[in-house]
Ligand binder design. Structure first.
Ligand SMILES: *Cc1c(COP(=O)(O)O)cnc(C)c1O
Length: 237
């Protein structure tokens, strides 16, 4: 017998459908095309049955926090379906950059100069280039990764001119104790100012607000899979 998941496959399919419906409603409520919002299913810490249930229910875009966990899950435990897009949404250590370039379609957490340099070298070597988002620390929280807004201009220029990397958008995780809408509005404004099309913002608790402020990608985990024991809890496979 497989270990019993927190949520049954049927309930994961139901929850996924509810989230998709809420995305549709939120987009239509502000006059946006629902197809302009992509649901990234955050599969970090989930076991194999839970992810298989999401796949069976039609999920095709997944967000992972850790390179190694994602490698195990998407190449060792199962062949990765060709139509699955993998997005790295957690901090990337430079010594994992080559692995991340090999595995992910999108890296959302470009957050420092040294990582830009390392990624550029890894991309050159691999002959494969994941799309890139810059993580912005909109709340200027000292413990949080990301470029602070006033440094974004210089960082984007350097990433392009010094390392030849193309950035397609911005990502942010607002402070937990502040109104997320202010941070979403700031991120949207920064993206617009720099002509960037992709905006990854909004999680289970606030994705509808994020859609109102222009999110093109919302990252949803617990609303689909149920509460995680802890963000760092290992996969229970
Ligand atoms: C875990 C995580 C999410 C999903 O959070 P939920 O509240 O479970 O939807 C989204 N983005 C990032 C960067 C995360 O680490």
């Amino acid at each position: 017998m497989p270990s019993s998941p927190v949520e049954s496959p049927a309930s994961i399919a139901d929850r996924l459908a509810v989230v998709q419906a809420r995305i549709r409603v939120a987009a239509e409520a502000c006059g946006r095309d629902p197809a302009s919002v992509t649901l990234t299913v955050v599969s970090k810490t989930q076991n194999r049955e839970a992810i298989d249930a999401a796949l069976a229910a039609g999920a095709s875009v997944f967000g992972e926090n850790r390179v190694q966990e994602a490698q195990t899950r998407w190449t060792e435990e199962r062949a990765r379906p060709v139509d699955v897009e993998l997005r790295l949404i957690g901090a990337l250590q430079s010594n994992k950059a080559a692995d991340a370039v090999a595995l992910f379609d999108v890296i959302e957490t470009l957050d420092r100069d040294s990582l830009a340099r390392t990624l550029a070298a890894a991309i050159q070597k691999a002959g494969r280039a994941p799309r890139l988002l810059v993580q912005v620390n909109t709340g200027e929280e000292p413990q949080k990764a990301g470029i602070i807004p006033r440094d974004l201009d210089a960082f984007l220029n350097s990433v392009r001119d010094d390392y030849g990397l193309i950035v397609e958008g911005l990502m942010a995780i607002p402070p937990v104790d502040e109104a997320a809408g202010l941070h979403f509005a700031l991120l949207a404004k920064l993206a617009e100012r720099h002509g960037l099309k992709v905006l990854s913002m909004g999680m289970s608790g606030d994705f509808e607000t994020a859609i109102r402020f222009g999110a093109t990608h919302v990252r949803v985990g617990s609303a689909i899979f149920g509460e995680r024991k802890s963000p760092e809890a290992p996969s229970r496979v």
